[in-house]
Design a protein around this ligand. Sequence first.
Ligand code: ADP
Ligand code: ADP
Length: 229
Amino acid sequence: GAGIEFSNVTFGYSPEKIVLRNVSFSVPPGKTVAIVGPSGAGKSTIVRLLFRFYDVQSGAVLIDGQNIKLVQQQSLRKAIGVVPQDTVLFNNTIFYNIEYGKIGARADEVYEAARLADIHERILGFPERYETKVGERGLRLSGGEKQRVAIARTLLKAPVLVLLDEATSALDTNTERNIQAALSRVCANRTTIVIAHRLSTIINADEILVLKDGNIAERGRHEELLQRK
Ligand code: ADP
Ligand code: ADP
């Protein structure tokens, strides 16, 4: 996994509207951080800054100790798997979508059978439908099913860092929990995970950051945050 760090990051989409103010946090390699907070708090913005969709106005975003401004876009894209809020799938079979994930996969990173089974059976969850076309009439995938395809596709790239932006929002809580559990098994000790989510129902996060008004208002493990309430 890759270690990540936000060092005094300030960012706004315009000078009048600063979204993140002096935000600092770090995630050790292979750990999971959940970023929670109400809509508009800046969760997606943090995710976008991590794959350098935008540059910060001050401070720095570092991956493995290196300022991402100094890292080639191509190697950044190779190292990071992103599942954005509204994933777009190819208008082709699930199989095609999944196979596409392997293009650009790091050749040195091959999943062993148990991790592959977790991806196919627990995260994707409906391998019997591989030949189904994503847009096919009568077999159309639900929003939640599309999200599962998108997460599986991203994991098959074997990224060192996975960014999930409300990537399980269309699923029921129970399925969401099961997918979170499978995700931590697949990524255990090798892939760093950043999850942006409205609620702190996230389980298995090593740390939860609560964003409020462009700042980290609280941080800690799930139990710790509950105790302080
Ligand atoms: P969250 O993911 O927590 O809902 P966002 O990071 O999407 O929050 O948004 C934080 C703030 O930045 C919001 O006020 C939002 O309206 C604004 N914002 C988000 N994206 C853009 C954009 N592309 N241009 C201008 N403002 C934006
Ligand atoms: P979501 O609310 O998760 O986006 P949808 O309402 O899109 O879910 O779909 C729920 C279920 O209905 C899914 O199993 C999907 O395959 C099926 N479905 C959705 N649209 C159609 C359709 N036009 N014809 C047949 N089945 C559909």
